[in-house]
Design a protein around this ligand. Structure first.
Ligand code: DGL
Length: 268
């Protein structure tokens, strides 16, 4: 029969849509509720206390809305608040750090892995720990990239400004001789074309979304949380900031749409 309910996802903005897209491909019969915390974007410069409190309000909202499973579609929250919040609520949750680490370890040949992520994610050391737990001899080079999330949120996916910012972040990693770059922030796959062009064919670019959603599917199956499959499920989108600008950027980034988005101020 399967269990009714929705999959809840959240991010600071449009980034988590890279994970939502993967859910639509892999679990097409499951309705999704997405929360973009655009009143508080970017998360990368936030403290652990702030990230836990934002995540707490969002998780509790998603559960009220019937979430049977929650995906932290944000590496920063996965690195900083997932552990605390998964102890606070009875609903199963999945983040992106471990699946991303696994995908990077599978992709690298030389064991020299670059991680491009937000400042808070790099500061947490979460990717290095997760990668070295799987491959103790891997060398991991973290690069905080604070300019990228505001550029993606502004819809600047392939502009001279974005290219200049990316060059500044990627060149030091290239000098380290990486053969694999892990996209450690869910906004970055929207820059994937540009990133691949700048790195050239010698570096594999890893987006953790596919590995994460494969784990979500396995986990939900194990817990009896899949389906009943819904034909054309209704997906809902909420943001804490401007709904019109989110809908515009979401359509530009995903090349889908139109997005019906509601604005919601979470309190508590
Ligand atoms: N997309 C998020 C991540 O994966 C958050 C980025 C931000 O708001 O700084 O880390």
């Amino acid at each position: 029969m399967g269990k009714p309910g929705v999959i809840g996802l959240f991010d600071s903005g449009v980034g988590g849509l890279t994970v939502a897209e993967e859910i639509f491909r892999t679990l097409p019969g499951e309705p999704v509720i997405y929360f973009g915390d655009t009143a508080n974007v970017p998360y990368g410069g936030r403290s652990a206390g702030e990230l836990i409190s934002f995540g707490d309000r969002i998780v509790s909202f998603l559960i009220e809305q019937g979430a049977k499973y929650i995906v932290f579609a944000c590496n920063t929250s996965s690195a900083v608040s997932l552990e605390t919040l998964s102890r606070r609520y009875p609903v199963p949750m999945m983040g992106l750090i471990r699946p991303g680490a696994r995908a990077a370890v599978e992709a690298t040949r030389s064991g020299r892995i670059g991680v491009l992520a937000t400042e808070a994610t790099i500061r947490s050391g979460a990717h290095i720990q997760a990668i070295q737990a799987l491959a103790p001899h891997a060398e991991v080079f973290g690069m905080p990239a604070p300019r990228l999330v505001p550029l993606v949120e502004a819809g600047e996916l392939d502009t001279p400004r974005t290219e200049a910012a990316l060059r500044g972040y990627l060149e030091p990693l290239q000098r380290r001789g990486i053969d694999c770059l892990l996209l450690g922030c869910t906004h970055y796959p929207f820059l994937g074309g540009l990133i691949r062009r700048l790195l050239g064919p010698g570096v594999v670019v890893v987006d953790p979304a596919a590995a994460a959603v494969a784990e979500v599917r396995e986990d939900m199956a194990r817990l009896g949380l899949l389906g009943p499959p819904v034909l054309n499920p209704l997906h809902r989108y909420y943001v804490s900031g401007d709904a019109v600008s989110f809908a515009r950027t979401a359509a530009l980034c995903t090349r889908r749409g139109p997005f019906a988005v509601d604005r919601l101020r979470l309190t508590g």
